[in-house]
Write a protein that binds this ligand. Structure first.
Ligand SMILES: O=c1[nH]c(=O)c2[nH]c(=O)[nH]c2[nH]1
Length: 323
């Protein structure tokens, strides 16, 4: 006998844009977001018995997303997610959990001759500010806030050495390399008991976002990184230090490799590679640089031209909690 072990449903990819007009100053603020709303509760029979009585149509959820954006502030997104989620619990007694996710796009104010323009904006990158809220009758409000899609690169101040060297290793140790990644940082808040408690503490959300962004960029730029692992751990530690209401921090960082040009030749000459590994237990990529062309030197200290790799890439993750 099969059992429905879990179920949730709702509307995804609801695109919303809200314009706030400050009457006094004539300044507009634009918030564009993508909202997802998935409900859980006593909805089994819609799956198992074709009984739609408990089903709040996903189309109605889409309407609710617009209406709540009109009736309430959408900033910070943690507040909007809490308000929207609580609405479903207050309105439908058989709904027990509302899972709300919000992805906020960047619309940065244009400055003209150094002066912020009142109603014109530009998209300065793919970075988004995200919120995942689980609003539950039994467990209160659980929120994960995050910053995603922030692409960064440093052209020095990154090392990687001392790692396992064996018959599978070709990567040379380095004391100076290009480091690039796309920041995906998430901070999980201690459980918030109610929407009122969330409202009472509203300032912490913007503060944490600003702090997480500054800490990430400052640590990335200023540290002489021994590895992605250690650098991301330091970022987590610093965020926990400045945000006492945050319970844990996670990072997921792809290592976007930039290799010296000559390293490709090994892949093109597998027989040669085998021979080298027999001769030399520690096989490293053979830097051929560009010297075959008029003696151009382009490795080590002379490296200027690199080949950005689209894949494969490293992917390094961690979660740091309070002890
Ligand atoms: O910072 C790094 N961590 C790794 O685990 C790793 N592995 C690798 O090939 N390069 C790197 N860089």
């Amino acid at each position: 006998m099969p059992v429905l072990s879990s179920a949730r449903y709702g509307k995804d990819n609801v695109r919303v844009c809200k314009v706030h007009r400050d009457e006094a100053t004539g300044t507009h603020t634009v918030t564009e977001m993508i909202v997802c709303c998935l409900l859980e509760g006593k909805i089994e029979e819609s799956y198992t018995k074709a009984d739609n009585t408990p089903v709040v149509a996903t189309d109605s959820m889409k309407n609710t997303i617009y209406i709540k954006a009109k009736e309430h502030p959408v900033d910070p997104p943690e507040l909007y997610a809490g308000i929207l989620g609580q609405h479903f619990l207050d309105t439908y007694s058989h709904i027990n959990v509302a899972n709300i996710s919000v992805e906020v796009k960047r619309w940065t104010r244009i400055a003209i001759d150094g002066k912020p323009h009142p109603h014109s904006f530009y998209r300065d990158g793919d970075e988004t500010r995200n919120v995942e809220a689980r609003v539950s009758r039994a467990d209160g409000i659980e929120i994960r806030s995050s910053l995603a899609g922030l692409l960064v690169l440093k052209s020095t101040g990154s090392q990687f050495h001392g790692f396992v060297r064996d018959e599978f290793t070709t990567l040379p140790e380095t004391w100076d390399r290009i480091l690039s990644t796309e920041i995906d940082a998430t901070w999980k808040w201690k459980t918030i008991p109610s929407l009122q408690a969330l409202r009472d503490n509203i300032a912490i959300f913007d503060q944490a976002f600003d702090n997480a962004r500054i800490i990430t960029l400052k640590t990335f730029a200023e540290e002489d990184s021994p590895s992605v692992q250690n650098t991301m751990y330091k970022m987590c530690d610093k965020i926990l230090e400045v945000a006492p209401e945050v319970a844990s921090v996670t990072y997921a960082l792809p290592n976007k490799h930039y290799f010296e040009i000559g390293e490709f030749l090994l892949l093109l000459a597998p027989l040669e590679m085998k021979k080298l590994s027999l001769m030399n237990h520690v096989l490293t990529r053979v830097p051929t640089d560009l010297s075959w062309h008029k003696g151009l030197e382009n490795t080590g200290k002379n490296a200027e031209v690199y080949a950005p790799q689209s894949g494969p890439n490293g992917l390094i993750k961690c979660e740091v909690s309070r002890s």
